[in-house]
Design a protein around this ligand. Sequence first.
Ligand code: C5P
Length: 239
Amino acid sequence: MTAPLDDARGRLIVALDLSSVRDAEAMIERLGDSVSFYKIGYQLAFAGGLPLARALAGAGKRVFVDLKLHDIGNTVARGVESVAELGATFLTVHAYPQTMRAAVEARANAALKLLAVTVLTSYDDADLAAAGYALGVSALVTQRARQAREIGIDGLVCSAEEAAGLRSLIAPSMALVTPGIRPAGTQAGDQKRVMTPARAIAAGADYLVVGRPILEAAAPRSAADAIVAEIAAALTARG
Ligand code: C5P
């Protein structure tokens, strides 16, 4: 059985939103064994971060490649194969049925888990209408969550506020991965809807993505340890 703190540590994903591999490596070094899971997104991936993803996976860390794939099915499939070969644990795709089907098929038996992004959290109903959609955010999130489940996607990225509602729509085995996490007393920055780690776990989140509250902390390692302890307590309370 996994010890509660190890289980909690495995649910904290630190977003390496940094502009160079050198800065990322320095942060990883500072965090040491307080963090076991890292997210690499556009900024770092396009600045040489993919070899770092491979190296991290080879060193026993887990890696979330957050490149939100969306293209013709064949291109998505080949991209998924390459990310699986890097040794990544999570990869995001946009929740369009054709894209999700191509990704699930290409992932085949690889250990890679696919996460779907239903509707970007920067979109509101007016943005969707401007992009030509008849549905509003809530209806489109619901529709895409159901489609993700039917297609065999492994989890969804969602705000902690959406987590409780989505839990009932998706398979119990599907993971809910939530950004917008702010420990009590830290700056929200540009995040509009934030939740503490404890509340997000209570709302049904399985993994928490945290960037600035750790990257910009005076003592990043202590900040990560405090979040892990908060997750562990919330998991115990959730039962
Ligand atoms: O610094 P902060 O903790 O706000 O970082 C959150 C991370 O989660 C960033 O990498 C951001 O791109 C990502 N994210 C988000 N909201 C979403 C999807 C991803 O903040 N809806």
